[in-house]
Design a protein around this ligand. Structure first.
Ligand code: ADP
Length: 536
């Protein structure tokens, strides 16, 4: 620990709160630049909404949300419209201040007019969200799940999920929201920090009972009731991967700004806390992502009024110790070195064998010609081995890993969703000056020109108007005043506009994919031309 500042370079830097030290030039840091900003309630809602615009069905695991104050009129109008079309719809909404945590400032409402717009809403923006009225109950209580996820690398994307998590219980039996019970936090909010103050809170040494239990104990219970627990896990894995896919484009912009490519810098990894609510029909819904989840393995116990003592919490210990231990095993610098060396050897071998279209038969140790099927087998074998290495862990005497790799393991199923990642790659290419996160008007013009997007129907004057309109609106939302120019979300909006203009009759995600292909094609051609000119 370096409470007064650090002098020596380290292999692993374990920061308490965020990535904040720009004087690290090597090693690995346990936080990504920009992650804290990315998982704030408003930013997360925006990032998920962009994905919902592209892939509404795939992203229906996040409740419909509006951002306050700017979307208040939209919220009122949409709710009115939905009520008109379905008079039996009696919704409840939950208002959550941006950047809040531990249930701070959260309240439920039945009607948009109940929002406390008085004074502070301008200074404290919030998200208002459809309230999930029919959660799954255990022992008549509402509960949520905290799952730990390791984002081991952003590029290439590597995600691990802990096999066990925590279930945090309310302390009053649940009833569907009515005007009478809306304010009962112990019934509606599952936050540990709130429920601990309820007289009904049960500390338990047993992972199967009490107000905080392991998620695996809930799964056992569900399984004994005949629930399809395998499907539930696969839905949870899919929710986690899709959420991270929504976050990566902006994270990459932050990353290149703090750790520019080509300059010495550390690599990053991060443990995230996913808060998930199960609906009565077992559908998992994302509540929020925590960039700095509590890793405490003790809880406070009130010995006598006002006198507290920290006592070990076996449930926290069982789940969290495994997460930290496995994270350290996966990012072990020695292991990384060994892996790099092995990869170099492998790539040399592959290069030699693939170049000659042969592969080494493992049974007879002879070189055999590679057919399509054998290539696939080889690839599958490689993936399998990588997965086994990652999940079993080679270290003798240590328990097997609780962190399970889910990406790139399931990459094939999810890669089609990574469209905004490719838009972000275009954005980053045109950012120009290292260390910035916003695009200037000239850079935007260069993007349009290099990608051949301007024509007689879309003049450069219209390009400037598009840039000014969208940039001004995003900057007026007061997200980041430090830099002027077009942020990634504004660029994404402009890109969607251009895609709709160019490929009119397709669904949005196909329009966007087509425009990305079009831009990438022209940029590749330009790069080739430059390369040839350079050689010449
Ligand atoms: P905080 O960061 O303050 O904990 P959360 O978004 O996690 O904010 O919300 C706090 C609690 O409110 C959650 O743990 C959950 O019990 C409840 N909650 C949040 N959003 C919803 C929702 N859309 N539907 C039902 N319950 C919710």
């Amino acid at each position: 620990q370096f409470p007064f500042g650090r002098r020596l370079p380290c292999d692993i830097y374990w920061h308490g709160v965020s990535f904040h030290d720009n004087n690290i030039f090597s090693g690995q840091v346990n936080k990504f630049p920009g992650m804290t900003e990315m998982v704030r309630k408003i930013t997360l809602s925006r990032a998920v909404r962009t994905m919902q615009d592209l892939f509404p069905l795939e992203y229906n695991f996040y409740p419909r949300s509006w951002i306050l104050p700017e979307e208040f009129p939209l919220f009122v109008a949409e709710v009115r419209m939905m009520k008109d079309s379905d008079p039996s719809w009696k919704p409840t909404f939950i208002v959550k201040p941006d950047g809040g945590c531990q249930g701070d400032g959260i309240y439920l409402i039945k009607d948009p007019s109940d929002i406390r717009l008085t004074g502070s809403i301008q200074s404290r923006p919030a998200v208002v969200q459809e309230y999930i009225c029919k959660p799954l109950l255990v022992d008549k209580l509402k509960f949520d799940i905290r799952l730990y996820v390791l984002l081991k690398s952003l590029d290439p994307l590597e995600i691990y999920i802990a096999k066990d998590g925590l279930s945090r219980f309310c302390t009053e039996p649940y009833q569907e929201p009515t005007l009478k019970n809306l304010h009962q936090v112990f019934m509606h909010l599952t936050n540990y920090s709130l429920n601990i103050h309820s007289g009904n809170f049960i500390h338990s040494d047993n992972v199967n009972t009490g107000s905080k239990r392991t998620f695996s104990s809930i799964l056992c219970r569900l399984s004994s009731r005949g629930a399809d627990v395998k499907k539930l896990w696969s839905d949870i894995i899919s929710l986690v991967i899709k959420t991270i896919i929504a976050l990566t484009p902006e994270l990459k912009v932050y990353y290149q700004s703090d750790i520019p490519a080509g300059k010495p810098g550390p690599t990053c990894f991060q443990i995230l806390g996913f808060d998930i609510l199960l609906m009565k029909n077992l559908k998992p819904m994302l509540l929020e992502v925590n960039a700095n989840p509590s890793m405490r393995i003790e809880h406070e116990q009130e010995l006598s009024p006002g006198v507290f003592e920290n006592v070990p919490s076996p449930v926290d210990e069982e789940v969290k110790v495994a997460v930290i231990r496995d994270t350290l095993r996966l990012v072990d610098p020695q292991k990384k070195k060994r892996k790099d060396i092995q990869q170099n050897i492998d790539s040399c071998k592959n290069e030699v064998n693939v170049r000659h279209n042969y592969f080494m038969c493992s049974r007879c140790q002879t070189l055999e010609p590679v057919s399509g099927a054998k290539e696939e087998l080889l690839e599958a074998g490689r993936a399998e081995r990588a997965d086994q290495d990652a999940t079993k862990g080679a270290e003798p005497g240590l328990p097997s890993l609780c962190l399970k790799q889910v990406f790139p393991k399931y990459a094939k199923q999810f890669n089609y969703l990574r469209l905004v990642d490719r838009v972000a790659a275009l954005f980053i290419r045109f950012l120009g000056v290292k260390g910035t996160t916003k695009l200037g008007p000239t850079a935007f013009r260069t993007f349009i020109r290099n990608c051949k997007l301007s024509n007689s129907n879309f003049s450069m004057a219209s390009v400037d108007i598009l840039y000014i309109d969208i940039t001004r609106r995003w900057n007026s939302m007061g997200i980041d005043h430090k830099e002027s120019g077009m942020c990634l979300q504004a660029f994404v909006e402009a890109f969607f506009c251009l895609a709709q203009k160019k490929f009119k009759s397709l669904p949005l995600h196909e329009q966007v994919a087509s425009l990305i292909d079009f831009c990438e094609y022209h940029l590749a051609a330009l790069d080739e031309k430059r390369l040839v000119c350079g050689r010449g």
